[in-house]
Design a protein around this ligand. Structure first.
Ligand SMILES: C[S@@+](CC[C@H](N)C(=O)[O-])C[C@H]1O[C@@H](n2cnc3c(N)ncnc32)[C@H](O)[C@@H]1O
Length: 260
């Protein structure tokens, strides 16, 4: 019988943020696959789970190069999907681990898409993980959305005009993949008057985590790829509702014509 393929979120970094379901799968499957950016490179996702994986479990490191040259990447992704398909066809359940949540900007998504092509018969189960943006919100005290606030999640590597547009339109903005473009982001936040509303989290929840509101201090530092900037609105949402209702909104006033 064909094995089952798990897309397994392992959370943002702290091993105790792994879910009970992820733990159950990890202690049961015979094969765990984890992504690495080059051969022999260490894996952040693997370090999160290694203490829970039984000694007899087979570990399969798959290389997913960090590049934007899609034409050269796709054959590598397809080869990885084929390697996983072989394991599944041999009847082995396989867990592909991914930091944070597997449905959010993860390498798992590329493999899953190609696996559907090379082995459409395979059953897939997604196990959600605690996403880094949820961990970052808790660490910085910047809510990801309260009441009717509008929230945007974007890679900071977007073109500057698009970033400006997002920062002007949305109340809360999560900027992922920010490490290499931090100086540009700081300048933009300052020019839009939102620098004071921003905080930076690098490797949030892991032992080496950095959490700061002083973005300037890190402007020229080489930050880890796992770095996010959150931009929120000042707290006080409930207070603003109270102030609004005290002032009396015209549409909330009793309508005399209707009541008579
Ligand atoms: C390819 S995406 C992966 C997102 C992941 N699947 C999730 O659910 O959080 C990588 C980006 O996620 C963010 N990220 C991932 N882990 C992080 C962490 N522990 N602390 C801060 N940001 C993190 C960074 O912005 C990084 O560039």
């Amino acid at each position: 019988m064909t094995g089952r393929f798990y897309g397994l979120g392992v959370g943002p970094g702290a091993p105790d943020l792994l879910t009970l379901r992820a733990h159950r799968v990890l202690t049961r499957v015979p094969v765990v696959v984890y992504p690495a950016c080059k051969p022999g490179a260490s894996s952040y996702a693997w370090r999160i789970v290694r203490e829970f994986v039984p000694g007899g479990t087979r570990r399969l490191a798959q290389v997913f190069p960090m590049s934007r040259d899609w034409a050269s990447l796709i054959p590598v992704w397809r080869q990885n999907a084929e390697e996983i398909a072989q394991e599944l066809r041999a009847g082995h359940d396989v867990a592909f681990i991914t930091e944070g949540d597997p449905m959010l900007f993860s390498t798992f998504l590329h493999v899953w898409e190609l696996l559907r092509e090379v082995a459409p018969e395979v059953e897939v189960e997604i196990v959600p993980g605690v996403s880094s943006m949820c961990a970052a919100a808790g660490l910085t005290g910047i809510p990801l959305g309260q009441g009717d606030q509008r929230v945007a999640l974007i890679p900071a590597t977007w073109h500057e005009d698009d970033l400006t547009d997002a920062l002007q339109r949305w109340d809360v903005v999560v900027l992922m993949k920010v490490a290499r473009v931090l100086p540009k982001v700081i300048d933009l936040l300052r020019s839009l008057g939102r620098l004071e509303q921003a905080a930076l989290v690098s490797r949030g929840s892991a032992e080496q985590q950095l959490v700061t509101r002083d973005l300037e201090r890190y402007r020229d530092r080489r930050l880890n790829y796992l770095t996010t900037v959150l931009v929120g609105r000042p707290l006080g949402f409930v207070e603003s509702l109270l102030a609004e209702s005290a002032a009396g909104e015209p549409e909330d006033e009793p309508n005399d014509k209707e009541t008579t």
